[in-house]
Design a protein around this ligand. Structure first.
Ligand code: IPM
Ligand code: MG
Length: 359
């Protein structure tokens, strides 16, 4: 089993190091190879996704990814910005299905910005389409060269598009995922205004007819954003496009106490996947050793389950995370007022200790 390890920028290297530590503590044999990505790759090679990194990712069975991005690259031409690395990996590897679970762990009910009774026991799954939508339409603007030169005009646009096959395959993913859960899918769209999302709604409805055992409802994205903070437990699986999924998954993350707790998996049709925390590179806290590594550690568990056929090892990691939370280990982002906190490495060590103690 070969894992490409791409730490990236900001807190990326700190959190990925802890996930690697946890993987090494399992009695499984992996080959892990590290490569630069994002701003870190731009610094050494002039490109955020150099061929060497892309080829390593393509050759591996799974990719463990940290985060990319830093404000200092905001003035670069768009194709050279760190974010293009993750977008490029998603596109080149066909990683169209993004799983972003939002689970509120018992001990963290009080870390949520919502009232404890609204989030206690929360377990929702956002399935975000990841290789289409306005993210991959045609851009035109100040940081995108057209015919080799920058237009510099005071107008910019991006095109939103989806095709029927793109919607069908993500809809199937959502219904199949729902079958393993509470058998309810909410499709989030903006069909009242956008043609792209009228097609989305129609196609999801058609696909839903193949899953009579799964309840389907439709919700406009503005209402979904509101319902997520009003009564989040009404949801089971949410399926939506790239742009809305980006926004709603950040929103959902805060229900769980901290975005530092949320893992994600991005899969292609062959179940090859890239695994990354849902949060970003957090340059403001980079290098301080305080970032929460649990989202990345939980992403490694998803990697074991979805791409490496090691479900038992994934269960063990998830159990170990519950154990350390029960033992009271808290990074600053999930600490109760006045609680004692641990840093990134100590949290990783605690997970390893909990794993080892499982015998
Ligand atoms: C995410 C991030 C990315 C996205 C950025 C870094 C390009 O916000 O994975 O949610 O917008 O998809
Ligand atoms: Mg995002």
């Amino acid at each position: 089993m070969k894992i490409a390890v791409l730490p990236g920028d900001g807190i990326g290297s700190e959190i990925v190091a802890e996930a690697v530590k946890v993987l090494k503590a399992l009695d499984l044999s992996f080959e892990m190879e590290e490569a630069p990505v994002g701003g870190a790759a731009y610094e050494v090679s002039g490109h955020p996704l150099p061929d060497s990194t892309l080829n390593l990712a393509k050759a591996a069975d799974a990719i463990l990814f940290g985060a990319v991005g830093d404000w200092k690259y905001d003035t670069l031409d768009r194709p050279l910005r760190p974010e293009q690395a993750i977008l490029g990996l998603r596109k080149h590897l066909g990683l169209f299905a993004n799983f972003r679970p939002a689970i509120c762990y018992e001990q963290l009910t009080h870390a949520s910005s919502l009232k404890p009774e609204l989030v206690a026991g929360l377990d929702i799954l956002i399935i975000r389409e990841l290789t289409g939508d306005i993210y991959f339409g045609q851009p035109r603007g100040r940081r995108v060269a057209t015919d080799g030169h920058f237009p510099g005009a005071e107008e910019a646009f991006d095109t939103m598009r989806y095709s029927r096959p793109e919607i069908e395959r993500i809809a199937h993913v959502a219904f199949q995922a729902a079958r393993l859960r509470d058998k309810r899918v909410t499709s989030v769209d903006k069909a009242n205004v956008l043609e792209t999302f009228q097609l989305w709604k129609d196609v999801v409805t058609e696909v839903g007819q193949h899953y009579p055992d799964v309840a389907l409802d439709h919700m406009y994205v503005d209402n979904a954003a509101m319902q997520l903070v009003r009564a989040p437990k009404r949801f089971d699986v949410i399926v939506t496009g790239n742009m809305f999924g980006d926004i709603l998954s950040d929103e959902a993350s805060m229900l769980t106490g901290s975005i530092g707790m949320l893992p994600s998996a991005s899969l292609n049709a062959q179940n090859k996947g890239l695994y990354e925390p849902s949060h970003g590179s957090a340059p403001d806290i980079a290098g301080k050793g305080i970032a929460n590594p649990l989202a990345t550690i939980l992403s490694a568990a998803m990697m074991l389950r979805f791409s490496l056929g090691q479900a038992a090892a994934a269960d063990r990691i998830e159990q170990a995370v519950k154990t350390v939370l029960a033992q009271g280990f808290r990074t600053v982002d999930i600490a109760e007022a006045g609680a004692k906190t641990v840093g990134t490495a100590a949290m990783g060590d605690a997970v390893v200790a909990a794993l080892t103690a499982q015998g």
